[in-house]
Ligand binder design. Structure first.
Ligand SMILES: NC(=O)c1ccc[n+]([C@@H]2O[C@H](COP(=O)([O-])OP(=O)(O)OC[C@H]3O[C@@H](n4cnc5c(N)ncnc54)[C@H](OP(=O)(O)O)[C@@H]3O)[C@@H](O)[C@H]2O)c1
Length: 320
């Protein structure tokens, strides 16, 4: 029996369907002098978001796994917008890289105005990371958890910062909720939708915990669905999935420029000043699925994540 079933409301699903078609609110405020950190800025939503923030004057520090694409992005942004775009290389399938990235951010010596956790992956088959964890869970959720955990004192001391999770309506795919006892998918049947939905659910559950931690500190944390947009998401999978994606998903998918517009609004607009612990579809607040609001699972997940995240702290050099 699904414990969340009776809490489902059709009105929330109706709102999601309506908001999926909406156009996000726009913000035009200048952002010169502010540092914005974005993970996974070499493609899709992260790429468009980096460009939009830079076009408003923000300085960028992007965390990517691919050196060549990062170098290309840096040159493009600095040429087009005349703002610094530094990058740091970290592959989120390696927890030591995630910890090194967190160390680097914690020791920056300057304030982070907006921190956007965007890097993500969608796998149709089960894969494990160098740390022997399920890849989607590690890349989409655990990496962002570790970075927040390692940065939370610094951000609190800053007294002002906005953290944004690029989450997904896909969290609704796991209607039975997150299976904490089987995060390596040894007992459940693995599907791309379920593992993706589980990782996004975990991120929402952690958002509520972090939001409580940051209460009254001037630091906010929110999550958003960036729309159903045409990007490289899923292109790492086999031919059948890609055929389906190109035939059925891409034709109706929208431009990631809209996601960037929403992420700029959520990161900068005065209208969301002080708003924390909320889930937005683009820029409209929505109620997440009931399993993503379960405080008992959230509390357990927090401890499991600390354990899984380990203390494999390493210092590595910042490559800019
Ligand atoms: N597209 C949609 O419709 C949609 C809908 C809902 C939510 N989202 C979310 O939006 C976010 C961005 O995705 P996207 O659609 O823009 O897809 P994308 O074009 O594939 O971009 C994903 C980004 O994450 C990076 N990345 C992937 N694996 C990584 C790893 N192991 N370590 C570090 N970085 C890694 C990628 O780097 P490379 O360039 O090196 O591959 C890329 O920069 C994801 O969190 C996704 O779940 C997307």
């Amino acid at each position: 029996m699904n414990p969340y079933l009776k809490e489902y409301k059709w009105s929330n699903i109706g709102a999601m369907l309506k908001n999926n078609k909406a156009t996000p609110k726009q913000e035009h405020k200048d952002f010169h002098g502010h540092l914005v950190v974005i993970s996974g800025a070499t493609s899709g939503i992260g790429y468009e978001t980096a460009r939009l923030y830079a076009s408003h004057g923000a300085e960028l520090l992007v965390i990517n796994r691919n050196q060549e694409k990062s170098e290309q992005l840096k040159q493009e942004i600095e040429r087009d917008f005349n703002v610094p775009c530094n990058y740091y290389l970290a592959d989120f399938t390696r927890l030591e890289h995630v910890h090194a990235a967190a160390d680097m951010l914690a020791n920056l010596g300057r304030d982070i105005a907006v921190l956007i956790h965007n890097a993500g992956v969608f796998n149709t088959t089960k894969r494990f990371t160098a740390d022997n964890l399920e890849e989607v869970f590690q890349v989409n959720y655990l990496a962002s958890f570790i970075i927040n955990q390692r940065l939370k004192e610094k951000l609190k001391q800053q007294k002002h910062a906005r953290i944004i999770y690029v989450n997904s309506e896909g969290h609704r795919f796991v209607i039975g909720g997150l299976k904490l006892e089987d995060l390596r998918w040894e007992r459940q049947h693995y599907t791309g939708l379920k593992s993706y939905g589980s990782a996004k659910t975990a991120q929402l559950l952690s958002m509520f915990q972090f939001s409580r931690f940051f209460q009254q500190s001037g630091v906010t944390i929110n999550a958003m669905h960036p729309g159903d947009v045409r990007t490289n998401m899923g292109e790492n999978n086999g031919r059948i999935y890609k055929f389906f994606k190109h035939l059925m998903i891409n034709p109706t998918a929208r431009t990631p420029k809209l996601s960037a517009q929403a992420l700029y609004y959520l990161g900068v607009s005065d209208e969301v000043e002080g708003v924390s612990g909320k889930f937005f579809n683009f820029t409209t607040e929505e109620i997440p699925a009931p399993h993503a609001l379960d405080p008992i699972v959230a509390e357990k997940l927090w401890h499991v994540s600390l354990e899984m995240g380990g203390r494999q702290w390493t210092q590595s050099t910042m490559r800019c």
